[in-house]
Design a protein around this ligand. Structure first.
Ligand SMILES: NC(=O)c1ccc[n+]([C@@H]2O[C@H](COP(=O)([O-])OP(=O)(O)OC[C@H]3O[C@@H](n4cnc5c(N)ncnc54)[C@H](OP(=O)(O)O)[C@@H]3O)[C@@H](O)[C@H]2O)c1
Length: 404
């Protein structure tokens, strides 16, 4: 990993923080981030593989230190991907942007949220219930945890509109039987496909490494069961605007996909002896981004708006395997789960401009797609991946690709 980058963020307006540029050694100023006047970003070539985040009083409060070098976190290796391009705007969003509190009504609507027992899914479901939805399906793999979440939402909102439905994305059988149940719904206005796993343990589910199966293949499979019900709702209730939102992530830009040139992308990624599990979660999000782009390109937004949202770094159960450094990193940078969940609700509230788009901080931000996703190579990879995954899904449920 050569040419390491330190991204340093200093709030210039913070009189109390006692930090000045002069406190930093060996730095070369890059200048303002061009987004807001509060931030300055700097590059320190001598420190590979690290990001330093300096936020005066907040840092002091959290760590009880006063000086710049108090807070050093390993986050990503620059040079091999595009993380460094996105780091300034990532930090800017985490520190200075608070997505708007959701206010749009969901009255009369039926809304599905996967992974709704905990984390962002739970908080998004709570918003949707508060905003008047008639029926909210909490799709969970752990039914008792789902029932707990349902009770929790009912207590906080005073509304009894949640149902707990079981689905395990590590099992095609489970997704298919969930999908067949979804097909019976008289209406479905919005679906947030939020459930995902982040693990460094290599396990196989349905013939592929489990992260790939859960975050990518089964998520697309589920979307193809949901899509006809959303389309039918539009036909039945022309004034409705069905939406399908995928929860992706900023980290899709932190990895490349050289494997796209192999004979079989997912099989290659599922080879235990070569799988880089430290990059597996970001990679799964990259695959998801590519597939959602392709899916949206094949569906008319006037029928169903399909978008993908990046919630930013948020507190949730997702980083449970992340260890102490990730815990500290989150302590300083992460949004609360509720604040992060607003971006999910923004996805199922967004207009036609969001069709096929990437949303960050609650609004369309297509420049945040990684360079790879936007490149011609990315387009070729997307088409190859689509064909590959289509064949897998056809084998699971013959004819399902006609739902697109
Ligand atoms: N938190 C962040 O900083 C962040 C940043 C960017 C993107 N995201 C994305 O946000 C979404 C929600 O994540 P979160 O942060 O809220 O994480 P979380 O608290 O870990 O929630 C993940 C949810 O997915 C469910 N899930 C995992 N494996 C499943 C499976 N095989 N079948 C069905 N459900 C399964 C989990 O169920 P169990 O409780 O049973 O495990 C849980 O309900 C994910 O798509 C994640 O990639 C999160």
């Amino acid at each position: 990993m050569d040419g390491g980058t330190l991204a340093i963020l200093i709030r210039e307006d913070d009189e109390d923080d006692g930090l000045e540029v002069a406190d930093l050694e060996s730095t070369e100023e890059l200048g303002s981030d061009g987004v807001g006047r509060e931030a300055v970003f700097m590059r320190v070539p001598a420190a590979p593989d690290e990001v330093v985040v300096l936020v005066g009083t907040r840092l002091q409060r959290l760590l009880g230190r006063t000086k710049a070098r108090a807070c050093v976190h390993r986050v990503v290796g620059p040079g091999q991907n595009h993380a460094e391009d996105r780091m300034p705007s990532f930090l800017y969003s985490q520190f200075f942007v608070r997505p708007s509190y959701p206010e749009q009504s969901f009255a009369d609507q039926t809304v599905l949220v996967t992974g709704a027992n905990v984390g962002l899914g739970l908080e998004a479901a709570r918003h949707v219930v508060r905003l008047g939805a008639a029926r909210v399906i909490l799709a969970v793999r752990n039914v008792p945890a789902g029932e707990e979440a349902k009770k929790n939402i009912e207590t906080s909102t005073g509304r009894r509109v949640c149902e707990v439905w079981e689905v395990d994305l590590a099992s095609y059988k489970s997704v298919v039987s969930f999908g067949d149940r979804i097909a019976q719904l008289p209406r479905l206005d919005a679906a947030i496909l939020n459930a995902a796993v982040a693990t460094r343990n290599f396990e196989v589910a349905e013939g592929f490494e489990r992260t790939i199966t859960v975050n990518v293949v089964s998520t697309l499979l589920l979307s193809l069961f949901v899509l006809p019900v959303l389309k039918a709702t539009k036909k039945k209730i022309p004034e409705s605007q069905p939406r399908l939102t995928f929860v992706v992530s900023e980290v899709h830009a932190w990895v490349g996909l050289p494997e796209w040139k192999s004979d079989n992308i997912l099989q290659t990624l599922s080879n235990q002896s070569t799988a880089k599990m430290s990059e597996r979660y970001p990679l799964s999000k990259l695959l998801e981004v590519l597939l959602v782009q392709e899916l949206a390109g094949r569906v008319r937004g006037s029928e169903v708006i399909i978008n993908m949202i990046n919630p930013g770094l948020c507190h949730s159960a997702l980083g449970r395997e992340g260890g102490l450094s990730f815990y500290l990193f989150k302590l300083i940078l992460a949004r609360s789960t509720e604040v992060g969940s607003r971006t999910l609700v923004a996805g199922i509230s967004a207009g036609l401009e969001s069709h096929g788009a990437y949303m960050s901080d609650g609004h369309v931000e297509n420049t945040a797609f990684s360079q790879f996703v936007r490149s011609d190579e990315g387009r070729q990879a997307r088409l190859k991946l689509w064909d590959e995954v289509s064949a897998i899904l056809e084998a699971v449920r013959p004819g399902i690709m006609q739902n697109v």
